[in-house]
Structures are given as C-alpha cells and as structure tokens.
Design a protein around this ligand. Structure first.
Ligand SMILES: *[C@@H]1O[C@H](CO)[C@@H](O)[C@H](O)[C@H]1NC(C)=O
Ligand SMILES: *[C@@H]1O[C@H](CO)[C@@H](O)[C@H](O)[C@H]1NC(C)=O
Ligand SMILES: [Zn+2]
Length: 494
C-alpha cells in the first residue's frame, strides 16, 4: 500500500514536472502582441509564388523564416532545389526550402512540421477592404494575404517551440521543420527534396504534421483525408480552320456539337458519375463513417448561403459531407477554342478542347481512372460516327490521402483539443487536394496528421483573407499541448 502511494506520488510529481501546460499557456497569452507583430512582418512580404516579378520577395521570405529559426538556436538549412523553367524558355531560381531541427535526443520521438510561406496573389483593387500586405486588426480578426494560408499556422508552430525554450522546459519531442515557398503553384521541387533526403533528414522522423486549411465550423477539427485530382483535356478537331455558320452550317459535322455531346455523358443531373468502373471502385459508406459525419458540426443553411444557391445536390448533412469528402465527382471547367467573348459571333470553331477534372478518392488509381475515362469517351464518341478526331489526355494525376483516425497520432490530437478547447474535435476530410501529404506518405512511409488552426470563414485564396487572434493564439497553445501528447504515445502502439 505504502509503496503504491509513494509511486503514484512520484508519478504525479514527474507528470507535473514534464508538462506545465498552465505556465506555457500563460506565457503564450502574455506574448500575444509580439506574435501578432511577427505575423505582421511576415504578411508584409509579398511572397506570391505565382508572380515571377515577386521572386525577390519570396527569397526574402524564406530567409526571414530561416533567420527566425536560427535565432532560436535551431540547426537551420536553406536547401537549394534548383530552378523552374518559365513558359518563354528562360529559367528562374526556385525559393530555397527551409529545414530546421530542434533537439536530436534519440530517446525522444521526432515530429516534422511541414508548412509553406508563399501566398496566392492579392491586390487592393481585387476588392480587399484593407491593404492585403498590411496586416489589419478588425474586431480581433487579422486581415492580410497569407495570414491563414499558411503564415500564422507556421508561426504558431515556431512559437510553440519557442515557448518551451523561454520557460527553460525540455522539448518533449525533437521537432523538425520543412518550410517551402512554392506550395501555391504546385510545390515545384519539393518532391525531389523529400526523395533526396529520405534517408538523411527524414530518417529519424516518426510523424509528419501538416497545418494547412481550416476547420469546418467554430469547433476545432482534425483532418484525416483529402481527395485527389485527375485533370483531363478532351480535344475534338474537325475542319482545317474556323468556319462561318451561315456559309458552312448544316454541311459539316461540328466539333463543338461532338464535344458537348460527349461531355454530357460524364455525369448525370443528379450527380451520378456515368464513366463505367468509377462508382464501383468507391468503398461503401460504413456505419462508423455515417456516425462520424452525423457528429460533425455543419449547418446546411449556412452552406447554401455561403455558396449562394437555393438548392444543393443532397438534402441531408451526411450525404452532403460524404459527397464533399469521400465520393468522387466530375467538374467541367471550360472549353478552350470556344467563342466566349461578349456579343455574337457566328463561328464554327475548328478545334475545341474541354477541360474537366475528377476529384478522386483513395480506392481509385489515377492510372486506372485515366484509362476508364479515355476508353469511355472514345466509345461514346464512336457511337456518334463523327469524322472529327478526339484526343483525350490526363494532365494532372494527383493522388488522394487518407489516415486512420484511430491511430495514436489522432488520439494525441483529440487529447490536445480536449485540453485546450475543452471539447472533442470534428473529424473531417478535405474535398480538395494536398498532393504533398501523399508524397510524404509514399516516400517516407511515415504517418501523417493534419491539424488545421484556420477558421472556417478565413477566406483562403480569396479577398479579405484573415486569421482570428483566437485561432492564432489558442492554436499556439494547441500545438504546445500536441507536442506533449505525442511524447506520451507508447512505442508498442506505433
Ligand atoms: C498600415 O496600415 C496602418 C493603418 O491604416 C497605417 O497607419 C500604416 O501606415 C500602414 N503601413 C504601411 C506599411 O502601409
Ligand atoms: C446569409 O448571409 C448574409 C450575409 O452574407 C446574412 O446577412 C444573412 O443573415 C445570411 N442568411 C442566413 C440564412 O444565414
Ligand atoms: Zn496552404
């Protein structure tokens, strides 16, 4: 009895010593203005990766991030990932990737935080209420391009490490960072870096953490899946040049008519994908998933309001979320070569190219989807007995990603949410594509967790992007708590 009491007392003591959450959280609260100033500095750099005129700013952004990590005593490298080729044939240096390491204790676990500090374009003239590169606080919301995507989340992770240092507390896990500057344009050069450093930088990493995107509501969320994207071009070519419909209309078989006809066979008005084999490949919705979706905080009326439609494809929450996250869909994006200016033009375009994509889910292989779509469109086209020529190509084949929500990484995430927000997180998926998650998984073989801290209404990629002080500051505490929770994962359960 005595021994038990003593040992539980010792356990209590060591537990208390190993995680002083209250002190850390208090420290974070006291640093709030300094954290906002850091975000202001970062947002003021127009690190738009899509604009070659801004490449100097992007290099400066990478250097700024590296310098912040160096000043904290991290082992920091700016890794050269080469050049990109521009459409005019010239080349331009890619922004270096920042890698950093805090701690290398072999007894501890090692997590690697991935983030990006490049941004989407933004101009005041696009309809911003404030200068997008001058962080502006309105009612506790910090408006600025890149505030939520992805500068504040990256800073929150850096500040989480810094808080342990400031209080002279041992980091519960070794922490590494991989911060890139080309995410918004497709992570040019990053795949090669991950592959090249698989057996060096990544070799002792246990888990990879991505904090991009956002929550679905005011409730914190853990993200466990993303859809992939297979993007197609379907080109129909007929006459050797554009023709006048008054002169030639009725005498030739028009490419546009053929194209619209075959596009209409991709998906039914009620959202059923008609390409054979695609629906069959999708795993049926399990009872557990149904229950999880049912528990997610999501307001259909708000969603209608946000999208500005008065009727959605499905009338209940579970069906709608399932089709947003875990079923594939077809979207038709545009037709190149079609007349699209204002006014009237009586043209018969000689060659038209449709652009459409299929957001695909984990049980679907891009290579197979490519074959299914190509074969199907050719068979549908053949029935038209048209003399025109059809060419189908798949130009993007980005894979989906899916994690196990029962994995200890997710259990640690739930515990951290519980500690900081005193509630259970929504377990959500992303309808969009984050190809780097799948690359990390395939190349390094490590488990990945997505822990967003962005708000549901942050306006990523859009006008008036913002990050709330609440999400930024509580998010920092959440990351602090997560580093502790991850250190508690038992070796046997990995
Ligand atoms: C940012 O906005 C504030 C408030 O409008 C203004 O005082 C400040 O001069 C601006 N800073 C820059 C760099 O434009
Ligand atoms: C829809 O949004 C507008 C503002 O964007 C708001 O005024 C209105 O109350 C909202 N309606 C519903 C039903 O949520
Ligand atoms: Zn992002």
């Amino acid at each position: 009895m005595k021994v038990e009491v003593l040992s539980s007392f010792l356990l209590l003591l060591s537990g208390a010593r190993s995680f002083q959450y209250a002190e850390l959280a208090q420290y974070v609260d006291a640093q709030q203005e300094r954290y906002v100033e850091s975000l202001r500095d970062w947002v003021s750099i127009e690190s738009d990766s899509s604009n070659v005129q801004r490449r100097g700013d992007l290099h400066r952004m990478m250097e700024t991030a590296a310098q912040k990590l160096r000043l904290m005593g991290g082992t920091v490298e700016l890794v050269d990932i080469g050049e990109q080729e521009l459409p005019d044939g010239t080349t331009l240096a890619l922004p270096k990737v920042v890698t950093a390491q805090f701690g290398s204790d072999p007894v501890k676990r090692t997590v690697c935080v991935y983030g990006h500090v490049d941004v989407q374009p933004a101009k005041l003239a696009d309809g911003w209420a404030t200068d997008p590169y001058n962080l502006t606080d309105i009612n506790g919301n910090l408006y600025g391009r890149g505030a939520s995507d992805n500068k504040a989340p990256v800073l929150a992770w850096i500040h989480a490490v810094e808080a342990y240092q400031a209080l002279s507390l041992d980091l519960p896990v070794n922490v590494k960072f991989v911060i890139e500057g080309m995410e918004e344009t497709g992570s040019n050069g990053l795949d090669a870096l991950i592959l090249a450093q698989r057996d060096t930088f990544f070799s002792d990493v246990d888990y990879i953490i991505i904090s991009d995107c956002g929550w679905l509501s005011r409730r914190p969320a853990l993200t466990y899946g993303t859809r992939g994207n297979c993007y197609f071009f379907a080109e129909v070519e007929g006459p050797k040049q554009d023709l006048h419909s008054g002169v030639y209309g009725g005498t030739v078989i028009e490419p546009m008519t053929d194209l619209v006809g075959i596009l209409d066979t991709l998906i039914s008005p009620s959202g059923k994908i008609l390409v054979p084999g695609i629906r069959e490949a999708v795993a049926p919705l399990s009872d557990e998933e149904w229950k999880m979706y049912q528990d997610v905080q999501f307001d259909m009326e708000n969603y209608k309001n946000k999208t500005g439609v008065n009727q959605l494809m499905y009338n209940n929450k579970v069906d709608l979320l399932a089709h947003m996250w875990r079923y594939p869909t077809v979207s038709i994006h545009g037709i190149e070569g079609a007349f699209s200016d204002a006014g009237t033009k009586t043209v018969i375009p000689a060659k038209v190219t449709a652009k459409f994509s299929i957001r695909q889910v984990p049980s679907m292989e891009p290579a197979l989807v490519k074959k299914q779509v190509t074969d199907y469109l050719h068979s549908v086209f053949a029935k038209r007995k048209s003399p025109n020529k059809l060419k189908v190509t798949m130009v993007i084949g980005a894979k989906p990603w899916l994690a196990d929500t029962q994995h200890p990484l997710y259990e640690a995430g739930k515990a951290a949410v519980k500690r900081v927000f005193d509630m259970d997180p929504d377990l959500i998926r992303e309808g969009g594509t984050i190809p780097i998650a799948r690359t990390f998984q395939d190349v390094t073989g490590k488990s990945i967790i997505m822990m967003p801290i962005g708000g549901f209404d942050d306006g990523l990629h859009s006008q008036n992007e913002k990050m709330s002080r609440y999400n930024y500051i509580e998010g920092t505490k959440y990351f602090i708590a997560y580093l502790h929770e991850v250190s508690q994962i038992k070796t046997s359960s990995v």
